[in-house]
Design a protein around this ligand. Structure first.
Ligand code: TGC
Ligand code: FAD
Length: 399
């Protein structure tokens, strides 16, 4: 006889392959046993332990969908399931991982030359090299088309470009070895692979100061990228890709992973609030007995369950080449908005204890505010969807 399992409300397991189930299980085990014990210290000190990326590399969690170069070659759904497990622990840890996978390894695999792939992918897959992705600038976040960072041919050295500009709020930048930098060359957006060791041995001009005292994502490291006439050899330019399609192709993958990650964070919030409400007594009974408390849990769990199915379906379509950016905008926006809304509501269950980081719930909610902002703020995804729904009606009317 079928029984309801609040930890698996719609029996997601029945829709996954054997391989996806095994990957999800090993990710859960690693994240709970190895990552959870480190998260409070990481949050308090804002220190990111780089060895995590090495450990994830050993387990095949970096660039998992890539074929070859030491990568696992999994389905897109498996990538999402890994993100869900990592973000159950902390959104910042998922950030570090998804930047490496979707925003650094994916563009090298998709747009890179054979030499670029062979040179960078194996070491990025093991976590020996750490990568970051520079799109956002101090003056241009939601509107990256207006970026000011430029590349120009070196006036005297043949086959060398000079990069100048600044990128802001960049995950992993202070510890990165490899930087994917989007810059305008003759007015057109192009992608460059900048290597810290090469720049330091050569022209110099690269600085990556950390942004400290963050109110969220404290367990991951974030910084700027300052480029002052940095010399980059022509072989580090992605040869073909031009325009916003380059960075947005990477964002399609990262936003997809975030849609699963946010569900992991929400599931953790439900579990923490449920367990707390069963133990905490007021007016002679556990909080869990009161139906106003149950309603908060019920609404959060329902949205987590719906979110799983939506991300699963878009992942399957992505593997079949049938997913569109609008679908990804819909699941990124909806899942993150729901996770943020419910985790804020579930903080109430903890009363004053929500103000202590030892109860984790406030860390989850604060993190989700940033998750709602990066990779396209939720209203930006509404704009993308609105444009598609109305067939760009506003634009046509104004013409
Ligand atoms: P628009 O005219 O819409 O498009 C320009 C060109 O780009 C193409 N394109 C896409 N291609 C592939 N996938 C997509 N999702 C694409 N979206 C657009 C489009 O076809 C067009 O190509 P072409 O050949 O016709 O020129 O451009 P717009 O300037 O009007 O864009 C508006 C908007 C809102 C879509 C866009 O600017 C946007 O999404 N803004 C949000 C910016 C953003 O998401 N930044 C993320 C920075 S990275 C980050 O946050 C990492 S956090 C990582 C972590 O820690 O987890
Ligand atoms: P703005 O673009 O200034 O937007 C501010 C507000 O205005 C938002 O609510 C937005 O929705 C709204 N808005 C903007 N335009 C419109 C409009 N046309 N209509 C209605 N409302 C609008 N970037 C990277 O490139 N790489 C990274 O690794 C990276 N990591 C990050 C890590 C952290 C911890 C954070 C906080 C950010 C990170 N980002 C990264 C940057 C992130 O992508 C940007 O913060 C995000 O794209 C929003 O840009 P902005 O902060 O400049 O906000």
């Amino acid at each position: 006889k079928a029984r309801f399992d609040w930890e698996n409300p719609f029996r997601l397991d029945t829709l996954l392959t054997e391989e996806e189930l095994a990957i999800s299980e090993s990710a859960r085990q690693y994240c709970q046993e190895r990552l959870y014990p480190r998260v409070l210290e990481g949050w308090r000190t804002e220190e990111f332990d780089k060895s995590m990326l090495r450990e994830m590399g050993e387990l095949g969690f970096l660039g998992p969908t890539i074929e070859g170069y030491g990568c696992a070659g999994t389905s897109t759904v498996a990538y999402g399931l890994i993100a869900r497990e990592v973000e159950r622990v902390d959104s910042g840890y998922r950030s570090a991982m998804s930047v490496q996978s979707s925003l650094v390894m994916l563009p090298i695999d998709t747009f890179g030359t054979v030499e670029q792939k062979e040179r960078f992918l194996p070491k990025l897959a093991t976590g020996e090299l750490i990568g970051c992705f520079g799109l956002t600038e101090p003056n241009h976040g939601s509107d990256p088309a207006s970026m000011e960072t430029t590349a120009r041919p070196h006036p005297t050295k043949k086959g060398v470009y000079l990069l100048s500009g600044a990128k802001n709020w960049i995950t992993n930048s202070p510890i990165a070895d490899v930087f994917i930098i989007w810059a305008k060359l003759n007015g057109e957006i192009r992608g460059f692979i900048v290597e810290r060791s090469q720049v330091e041995a050569g022209s110099g001009g690269l600085a990556t100061p950390a942004i400290k005292n963050k109110t969220a994502l404290r367990a991951s490291i974030t910084g700027m990228i300052q480029l002052d006439e940095v010399e980059v050899p022509a072989e580090n330019l992605f040869p073909e890709i031009k325009g916003l399609k380059g960075p947005f192709t990477c964002l399609n993958s990262a936003r997809y992973g975030i849609s699963w990650g946010a569900i992991g964070a929400l599931e953790e919030a439900v579990k923490l609030a449920r367990n707390y409400s069963l133990e905490r007594k007021q007016f002679g009974h556990p909080l869990a007995k009161y139906q106003l408390i149950q309603k908060k849990l019920a609404e959060a769990l329902s949205d987590a369950a719906y979110g799983q199915l939506a991300s699963l379906q878009v992942g399957r379509l992505k593997d079949n080449g049938q997913a569109t950016p609008e679908m990804i905008s819909a699941i990124k926006k909806q899942n993150v908005d729901n996770a943020l809304k419910h985790s804020r509501k579930l903080m109430e269950v903890f009363g004053g204890n929500a103000a202590s980081d030892e109860y984790h719930i406030a860390r989850i909610a604060h993190n989700l505010f940033v998750v709602q902002t990066y990779e396209g703020q939720s209203d930006i995804h509404a704009l993308i969807l609105g444009r598609a729904i109305t067939d760009n009606l506003i634009f046509h009317c104004l013409k």
